[in-house]
Design a protein around this ligand. Structure first.
Ligand code: NAG
Ligand code: NAG
Ligand code: NAG
Ligand code: NAG
Ligand code: NAG
Ligand code: NAG
Ligand code: NAG
Length: 448
């Protein structure tokens, strides 16, 4: 168990640098397109204060298509209480920007990790010790956590909607591998042609190496006995798979696994699929009665690989399919339910997806031009406002640079703002909370 906070912080800083580099590259690319894509003609002076009022103009449902299209229903009321199970490397940082902007602009209350942590005790089960107290209850839980019906059911309102997202397991593990530098932590020799092939060819050996407490000095926030490559998505969805060590493990009981998947299907309002991101977002929008402007996103944390992911022998993928078979079942199950759901949406669904893609591409180009200019007290007229015109699927709405700064490029930016505001408002409760004894052992809690 590493649990050295400084190392975890370093990990976070590295992420940050990578993001900056990534955004610089994509900004250059977008620059060519922005001229024709921007329609900013009205010159308002946006403030850089992320003040709620300056960006919540005309964000009302009345402007959206919801009132005009009966299949969503005019009685459809914006849903504001939800839990998002933030897995790892499943476009979840991208969605974090969406959910934080949604909650922040509406003054909703977040279940927020303590101090400067990013996790709600992930990958350990969350407890009531792990988040900031709030005298007004909670609306949104969106930071890293393992799905827990008991704890979440207790702290969230009764009408809370559970949401998550999963990804095709092989591409998922490649991304995990890269992001957490599994090969370095596991001691895969530097001279091998492809560390992923080497790792999965001898998966038991390397797993025991990196999951071992003896490997302490190389671990960032890697808990002893926890596997980042095996059934990670299922673990995040609370499936009992033997972590923390000594807890129930149903991985050798296919019926129990099926039952758990069915249970998740009932409990969750929507499980999205990374591979069908736009379709998933439209389902989310319809489920939550949100508007286009609420599901706009800025891509975060896009991986570049240190190894060749294109020339991997199918045999290695087969090993992985066997190794992480529960995640394959989970993915298959929820990919099926997603497509069943889409087939029930009616023919206009694809029209809506296409329209959203267009809007989203304009917004991305716009925000990239904002990021390129950096945070300014005042933007040139052609960057001060983006107006998205009315269509069958959205009312007219506008975006200002402060909207872009809420969505990205650092999706954690609003987390810190929310935490600071909470700490001022809830100073008394927080002081009491900090005094509570925490008798958990190191193997029951995370430090990230
Ligand atoms: C805005 O206008 C300035 C000068 O008028 C130009 O240099 C810049 O490229 C424009 N920016 C965008 C994003 O259109
Ligand atoms: C908001 O909408 C109202 C009516 O639809 C309009 O009069 C007003 O100018 C809009 N405000 C902004 C900031 O777009
Ligand atoms: C946010 O909501 C709380 C209570 O729910 C209220 O006390 C506070 O004034 C609100 N803040 C803003 C900026 O609207
Ligand atoms: C890689 O290096 C190790 C020593 O660190 C050596 O034993 C092994 O033969 C090398 N493998 C290749 C493929 O060069
Ligand atoms: C599949 O995995 C199991 C354990 O999870 C292992 O015992 C078995 O040898 C593996 N089979 C193949 C073909 O890799
Ligand atoms: C998801 O399900 C659809 C419909 O059954 C199928 O066509 C598609 O190949 C699946 N996607 C993946 C990534 O397996
Ligand atoms: C921690 O304290 C609580 C009561 O405050 C008790 O129920 C629990 O068993 C204790 N846990 C440990 C690991 O000592």
């Amino acid at each position: 168990m590493c649990f050295e906070v400084s190392r975890c912080r370093r990990l976070v800083r590295v992420k940050h640098k990578t993001l900056i580099v990534l955004f610089t590259v994509s900004v250059l690319w977008y620059l060519t397109f922005t001229l024709c894509l921007l329609y900013g003609k009205i010159s308002i002076v946006p403030t850089l204060l992320d003040s709620r009022s300056s960006i919540s103009d005309n964000n009302s449902r009345q402007d959206s298509f919801l009132d005009t299209f009966s299949h969503v229903g005019s009685s459809c009321k914006e849903k504001t209480n939800f839990v998002f199970i933030k897995g790892m490397k499943c476009a979840t940082s991208t969605l974090l920007g969406v959910f934080y902007r949604f909650g922040y602009t509406r003054n909703l209350s977040f279940v927020s990790p303590l101090r400067n942590r990013l996790y709600l005790n992930w990958p350990y089960p969350m407890t009531k010790r792990d988040f900031r107290p709030s005298s007004r209850g909670y609306n949104i839980l969106t930071d890293h956590s393992v799905f827990s019906e008991t704890v979440m059911g207790e702290i969230m309102p009764a009408d809370t909607i559970y949401i998550s997202i999963v990804r095709e397991p092989w591409t998922h593990v490649l991304s995990i591998f890269q992001y957490f530098k599994i090969h370095l932590v596991a001691g895969v020799p530097q001279n091998v042609t492809n560390p992923v092939v080497e790792y999965f060819t001898h998966v038991e050996k390397y797993e025991s190496h990196y999951a071992s407490p003896l490997n302490k000095e190389r671990l960032f926030c890697y808990p002893a006995g926890f596997s980042f490559t095996r059934n990670l998505m299922s673990h995040c969805h609370g499936m009992p798979l033997g972590f923390p060590p000594g807890t129930k493990d149903i991985s050798n009981d296919p019926d129990a696994v099926d039952q758990y998947l069915k249970h998740l299907d009932k409990k969750f309002g929507l499980i999205m699929i990374v591979e069908y991101f736009y379709e998933s977002l439209i389902l989310l929008r319809r489920l939550m009665c949100w508007a286009f402007r609420d599901i706009l996103f800025i891509r975060a944390n896009v991986a570049r690989y240190d190894f060749d992911v294109t020339k991997i022998d199918p045999h290695v993928v087969d090993i992985y399919r066997n190794w992480s078979s529960i995640d394959y079942r989970l993915f298959h199950y929820f990919n099926q339910t997603l497509w069943q759901r889409i087939s029930g949406q009616g023919s206009l669904f694809y029209e809506e997806v296409a329209e959203f893609k267009t809007v989203e591409s304009h917004v991305s180009a716009y925000c990239q031009s904002v990021y390129r200019l950096g945070k300014l007290p005042q933007y040139p007229a052609n960057v001060s406002l983006l107006v998205v015109s009315k269509s069958s699927w959205t009312g007219q709405f506008s975006l200002t640079p402060s909207d872009c700064w809420m969505l990205g490029p650092d999706p954690y930016h609003l987390l810190h703002v929310v935490q600071q505001e909470n700490d001022v408002k809830e100073a008394t409760l927080l002081a009491e909370h900090t005094k509570l004894p925490d008798n958990r052992t190191a193997s029951e809690k995370s430090v990230c």
